[in-house]
Design a protein around this ligand. Structure first.
Ligand SMILES: *Cc1c(COP(=O)(O)O)cnc(C)c1O
Length: 391
């Protein structure tokens, strides 16, 4: 047995749940508030305070739900188009189909892995209603340019910020730009985790109001009001056929403490990324893009490397060898132009998305998470060096 095989498998991602989170969940269990209640409200307020910039926050049970509520609040429907990229998780595009509208896919830029502003501009038609940029890996999209494009075209922006807490660009946190809505994810692997959960933030009161109604069956008050307001507690009105997207207080219990640690977590991730950058230099790898300037930062949800042209081994081979060394890596993503539903419905072809295709063929994500120790990371570095043949 090799030394590596004797060591426990090194996962690709792990949440960091502390005793505070556990105590808070227990407190909720004892209080009787196990669905949406006071802690969800507190979590929303804490999120508003964290981001600043006068946003409103609507807690939901996933980012997918938040993205759906955003396009619903914008009344995007049949015949409408929403521009996004194929280099994302299917959730980004699927919510557009929930509304009967059509996603229009454009390629990413290779120096950011985010949606190309130029290609997005070329894809705008009279039917375009919104842009849905994805802050891939936690790297900020070109928000200034995208905002100018949206304003000039009279369309909205819904940001998929599932990776981007916290991400700063041009001195503004993602979530505080003028987009119609920005949606964060607290899925188990994300930068802060509540198991399942998400937050829609917006500066437009009408979007916040609509999302609050639609997240709970189209009922015009949420459960907290229903049980504590002075109005008769049994009375409510259904104003639309809404959804069941409310966050539970159990998730909010986790979220309150995770959010308080978001900056510490980010610093830890940034330190891991910096160490990878230094250690992997000289290998046949293209290291992740870094935002430029002191007014920008990367949330480092993912650390994605790409095999360079002169690599003697292929992506699948590297990933298998890493797995054999007891190290979990992943691929973000199998691009949507390769997914049967999207490929067949919209007749997508890899040649339309050369950058996304290249990142798919050559890219893989290394383990990065706050609980990773220096020796964990050294294992990853050593394994990669030996696999890529430059020990
Ligand atoms: C995780 C993720 C989502 C979905 O988040 P959920 O909270 O799991 O619904 C959407 N978009 C991207 C890019 C993601 O990584």
């Amino acid at each position: 047995m090799t030394a590596d095989a004797a060591r426990p498998f090194l996962p690709f991602a792990l949440p960091e749940i502390g005793e505070e989170e556990i105590a808070e969940v227990v407190d909720s269990l004892r209080s009787g508030w196990i669905t949406t209640g006071p802690k969800t409200r507190r979590f929303e307020q804490a999120f508003v305070d964290y981001l600043g910039g006068g946003v409103e926050a609507v807690a939901v049970n996933s980012a997918t739900a938040g993205l759906h509520l955003a396009v619903e609040a914008l009344n995007i429907g049949p015949g409408d188009e929403v521009i996004t990229t194929t280099h994302t998780f299917t959730a980004t595009a699927e919510v557009v189909r929930y509304m009967g509208a059509h996603p229009v896919f454009v390629d990413i830029d290779l120096d950011t892995y985010c949606m190309s502003t130029e290609l997005a501009e070329a894809a705008v038609t009279p039917r375009t209603r919104a842009l849905m940029p994805v802050h891939y890996a936690g790297f900020p999209c070109a928000m200034q340019a995208l905002t100018e494009l949206a304003d000039a075209s009279g369309i909205d922006i819904v940001e998929d910020a599932a990776h981007a807490l916290p991400t700063l660009v041009d001195g503004r946190l993602i979530g505080t730009w003028s987009s119609a809505a920005t949606v964060f994810s607290f899925y188990a692997t994300k930068t802060i985790a509540t198991g399942e959960g998400g937050m829609l933030v917006t500066r437009r009161p009408e979007i916040a109001r609509r999302a609050r109604i639609m997240r709970l069956h189209g009922i015009d008050r949420d459960a907290f009001d229903r049980y504590t307001a002075k109005k008769p507690s049994w009375y409510y009105e259904v104003v639309a056929p809404g959804y069941k997207y409310n966050m539970t207080d159990l998730a909010a219990s986790l979220g309150l403490h995770q959010l308080a640690k978001a900056d510490t977590f980010m610093q830890r991730r940034a330190a891991i990324a910096a160490r990878y950058d230094e250690a992997l230099e000289g290998l046949p790898l293209v290291l992740p893009p870094r935002p430029s300037g002191s007014n920008a930062n990367h949330a480092w949800h993912l650390y994605v490397v790409r095999l360079a042209d002169d690599s003697r081994v292929g992506r699948d081979e590297v990933m298998q060898a890493m797995y054999d060394a007891g190290i979990g890596c992943s691929v973000h993503y199998v691009p949507l132009h390769q997914q049967p539903y999207w490929r067949d419905t919209y007749r997508l072809d890899a040649r339309q998305f050369p950058n996304s295709q290249l990142l798919y063929e050559r890219g893989f994500s290394l383990p990065i998470y706050t609980r990773m120790t220096e020796s964990d990371q050294q294992r990853v570095i050593d394994a990669l060096k030996s696999i890529l043949g430059r020990t």
